[in-house]
Design a protein around this ligand. Sequence first.
Ligand code: ADP
Ligand code: TRP
Length: 331
Amino acid sequence: MKIALTGIKPTGTLHIGNYFGAIKPALLLAERYDARYFIADFHALNTVKDAAKLREAVRGIAAGWLASGLDPERVIFYRQSGVPETFELATMLAAFTPKGLMNRAHAYKAAVQQNLEKGEDGDAGINMGLFTYPVLMAADILLFDADFVPVGRDQTQHIEMAQDIAGAVNYNYKKDLLKIPQAAVQENTAVVPGLDGRKMSKSYGNTIPLFSTESELRKLIMRIVTNSQGVDEPKDPDSSRIFDLYRLFADEGEQAALAARYRAGGMGWGEAKEELFRVVNFRLSPLRERYNALIAEPEKLESILALGAEKARSIASRTVKRLRSAMGIDA
Ligand code: ADP
Ligand code: TRP
């Protein structure tokens, strides 16, 4: 069976965009492939410097995956830090990674650009973890002989870099030591819009957290920005942000019925939001219940992740051994 692998950085709480853009498609993929999904805590360390916040975010993401239906019996599910072979492989890969390749990484370049625009030194506030991020991510992937890496479009450059780095290792030792991974970009997953109409993202502060309480959920939905069309005016569901979100949660019958009410006029935005709240709350409340139960038992979460790490390490240690031996580092 082919291998699918992906990681989520624990830098905040999961939102609806993460669910439809990453978690749900990854869980579908897990039905057809051997899946290895992990929490990229060392990647988060580049930006999250508060221990309590990092710990909380790791548990939140772990509970989020499980509440969304990840079955730890079928998917190897772990935290990156639970597989220290990752860091050994990252050190090996660094020796094969041209510095110039890292200079061209989008995330690093964007950070430099931002500094320069503010009139600061280009590297101000940029740590080595951010600069070498693609090396660590290549290690995450190559360690497990991944065939497919389901990611958002913004991550494809990282996968290309993993391909380049693996190619450099294989070329040097004239051997297929590392499998060349492919990005699996979900072309058909719509970009989930946020409360202000831009892409829903932690960095824009426009998210609907996946596990908000019922009252938070209602408050957030009521905050969605709309145009000034009056109650009586017919409305176009296809250009409505509220309807875009509705579509993600409602079945086809519900969608057709509400679209007809939009077009008929007589329904104001407040009512449209109320309908949205109803369906979102109905579909998310079982997830929320599972999530709350999981979060209340951190030891159970930890033991699921520890068991996953054990399985992951038995694969990872073989990869590292194979490379050590090829490289002449075989103590
Ligand atoms: P954020 O933008 O909130 O920081 P991340 O960059 O941590 O989110 O994204 C984690 C995963 O969720 C990625 O695979 C990304 O493509 C997906 N994702 C994030 N926001 C959205 C969105 N608004 N629509 C669809 N997918 C999204
Ligand atoms: N860089 C990814 C992100 O920001 C997270 C990540 C870390 C990852 N390691 C990975 C994704 C390995 C896929 C494979 O979303």
